[in-house]
Design a protein. Sequence first.
Length: 293
Amino acid sequence: MATTTSTATRPNQQLRSRSRSISAWTVLRATIVKDLQIQKRYLPDLVGNIVELGIRVLFFFMLSGIISVNGDKSPLGRDLSGHDMFVFFQGALLLFIFNSTALNTPVNTITRDLSNGTMEYLYSNPSSRYAYFLGTVVAKALITMSIFVPLYLLLIFSSSSSPTNMLLVMAVCLCALVTLVAFGVMIGLLGLLWKQVGSVTQVLGILFELLAGAYFPIAAFPEVVQYLAYALPYTWGYDLIRYYSFNGQWQPLLPVWIEWLILIGFGVFYTLVSRILLHKAERVAKRKGLHLM
């Protein structure tokens, strides 16, 4: 009788063991490894990204010798042209790399999983979906480092700023990346619900490039546009990078410590909002089914 009971309960024990929740760190690590392996199979894509960034660097190098900003509109306190303009553009390129990584990666991941039919599997397992999306962004960020590091070194040599300030530039980039990950997850959720949200990603990318002051100082914009720019986290990221790249000679929009608080606050706020929205999207998925979304 004891043997019969033991045999009968063994399948239930196996079922319970299969339904145990998987830790977020395990999901994060497995996702990073999986995406790195996938990227290894598609090296031409990475080469294409490197060539694209190289063309951008050459374009801005030529542009820095053509355009200038008058001293009365320049936060540098002098005409912004030539070498100074090139350093100005370099700061924009550093964040632009992470912009593409964080905003596009979650959307591309959801689109791929929907096409491959793996999205239902992900949502039927007791694992952290946020860790899964975060893992895809981290993997893409690690791959992007092959592009980021040369540009970062170029900025170090061209700006002649102190080592401490250049480390703070790196800190600004990482802080902005956290904020963009949350943005990317929210856009990815729109992709889960609406399927096609590429235009939304492109609009945000344009706003982060143009309106936030990637190519021209915020002070040179009309006053109304300046107020719109203040609502974007990239505005404060660009401003802090320029402040440190110019070794403190750049006049920031607000005191530096306040800009740090704003940038960190954006990261915390959007991370919380993205987690709440992800939870709501999961409830919709469980109620309606992903095939109906």
